[in-house]
Design a protein around this ligand. Sequence first.
Ligand SMILES: Cc1cc2nc3c(=O)[nH]c(=O)nc-3n(C[C@H](O)[C@H](O)[C@H](O)COP(=O)(O)OP(=O)(O)OC[C@H]3O[C@@H](n4cnc5c(N)ncnc54)[C@H](O)[C@@H]3O)c2cc1C
Length: 494
Amino acid sequence: MAKKVVIIGGGIAGLSAGIYARLNGFETEIIEMHSVTGGQCTAWDRKGYRFDYCLHWLVGTRNGPFNQIWKDTDVLNDTVKIIDHEVHTKLITDDGREFIIYTDLARWEEYLCGFAPEDKKQIIRMCNDMRKSAFLKPYSDAPGLRKIFPTIASMLRMMPVLLLFIKYGGKNCNEYFESLKFKNESVKYFLNSLFGSRNFSALAFIMMFAWFNQKNAGYLEGGSLALAKRMTRRFLDLGGKLTTRARVSKIIVENNEAKGVILSDGKDLRSDYVISAADGHSTIYDMLEGKYVSKKISNAYQNWELFTPIVQVSFGIDKLIRSDVPVESFIGKDQFIGRTRTVHGYSLMNYSFDSTMAPDGKSVIVMRFESSWDNWKDIDPDAYKNEKMLIEQDARALLEKRYPGIADNIEVCDIATPLTDVNYTGVWKGSYEGFLPSSNNLMANLNLFIPGLKKFYMAGQWLFPGGGLPPAGQSGKWAIQYICKEERTLFKTD
Ligand SMILES: Cc1cc2nc3c(=O)[nH]c(=O)nc-3n(C[C@H](O)[C@H](O)[C@H](O)COP(=O)(O)OP(=O)(O)OC[C@H]3O[C@@H](n4cnc5c(N)ncnc54)[C@H](O)[C@@H]3O)c2cc1C
């Protein structure tokens, strides 16, 4: 008899766990509270337009262990077109000054040296740090299951990155930029306004550019929903069972061993193993009733900073507006959109690079800005309705400012708030990527297992500061590797 694995949550982590569980012969059921899978990796359709919520870039589009996961789970296959943007973001100030971030390092270095010739030495040093971080190779297997000699060999190969870890592991971007001692005020201003004005890990910033430079962090045509649908199809084709519109309220624990789950309608579902790929906070504090909180877990949920939630205003436009830049970021600090002061500005993403997002001759442009959870957590229904109206007014005006005359072509305006995210996915405080990677947590991942609780694993963005799709996919795989080890069977990927 195959052992049964119940997986809570059908986001990318849950789908990955489900696929690997089926590949290894476990009877597998995913319980998802929403009507569709994908979690935050999603999109929604309005009047022929598709409004994408998640995918900007996917680490592992070309090679490495993440690439293998994306192939195993059908995120990538021969029919999926990978788009590598030349420009990552264009920053624009209130007075119209521009600063471009290229994805190719040689190109960016050349641009920066032209922009601030007096900082040539510092620019080359920064770009070289980014190049060195390309030596970082994520591990394929879960901690504790890696073979000793290949691990030592790969650590030796990663020496240049280890030096970066020693040098910058405890620094945030602000400290890193200061240590480089840029002289040019504009370079300082632009870099700081994007990454330096919060406790964002210097290493996370440096490593991001290595992925881009290797063309290993592209966008997939079709976006987030198509990606999630391919994974879901793969899971179902492998014989997995998916139950949607079912919310897990409790994990059944007997003698410190997970035995299944109880749904919010009272039904219980017994299993040999439980994997929670749902929101980390609600798993630990609600579904497990706070009974298995180690010091490490408690420290993380109490002290680590979260990503500030976002508001997304999506426009369906009855006109083709092409852009050679996917994202423009407007970094004025005194802008209000609704009642949110956009401390880190707002961005406009023009999806003209993906023809599947809008009908022929039409366009999708999405505005995103951060809005603290405090603005939303206790808002009453009338105030919420009113706030959405104000946001729409302000967002339309800003779009008109960027594209004069566009007002008449706006066919659809759709607003998703942090509350929308929380309602649909249960994500804690609307923190769409979990813990912010900072100078004090980048190397402090949480474990997939919980001390004192057997037959239970966690997966998903909350285990890895910085979150994102790759750790979600990877942790789903690792959870099954651990279960295979417990079952003394060889982990298989085909
Ligand atoms: C605007 C935006 C842009 C992003 N851009 C990128 C990007 O470019 N690249 C990148 O890598 N990442 C990006 N991300 C982050 C990425 O979307 C997430 O980190 C990732 O999708 C998290 O996956 P997950 O499976 O861990 O969690 P989730 O997506 O949160 O999935 C959890 C699932 O569990 C379900 N669930 C929760 N509680 C229960 C319960 N009690 N019972 C049953 N089901 C439950 C939820 O409905 C959900 O489906 C972005 C996110 C956003 C919002």
